[in-house]
Design a protein around this ligand. Sequence first.
Ligand code: ZN
Length: 195
Amino acid sequence: MQNSFLPNGSLPVQDSDKIVEGINRIQNKFDTVIATKDWHPQGHKSFASSHPGKNAFESIELNDGSPQILWPDHCEQDTAGAEFVANLETKKFTATVYKGLDLEIDSYSGFFDNMRSFKTELDDILNEHGITDIYITGVALDVCVKYTALDGVFLNYKVFVIEDLTKPVTEEGKKQALYEFGLNGIKVIQSSQIN
Ligand code: ZN
């Protein structure tokens, strides 16, 4: 939950501000809470502004052949856009995992970059804590939440997505994400189901 993704941010996710209180509330039900942060260098290749003549939300192929949707500039390192939203409770965070630091490749998942060539420390942190089940909230459901969930399964975690505490970039993307969750054994639950 970073400022760039608020409804008035540079990469707005509709109603993302509405899930912050719920995310704060359920943190107390978990032993370990880990945040991720998009943490892009200036001129990141996921930014439309890094590709003259291209527009945000167009798809291109990067130098390494990976497909890339171009986004508005967002979550640049050490800018207000990259900060956690002001009303997010951060006291319970065991760790913050930074992703998308490599200029050349994007990282939707909290576990790997988009080519699975670089692994963040998230898997190691979870292993250190003996964690087998992960519950994912936040934005965007159809991008970072989706790929974190899929990589979680890839790494043999039992994965839950708390649907009412996520928001998608598009409704169509949400439909696709829910379909892929079903195919991959990812459980979609509501925050009211967490005791
Ligand atoms: Zn990003």
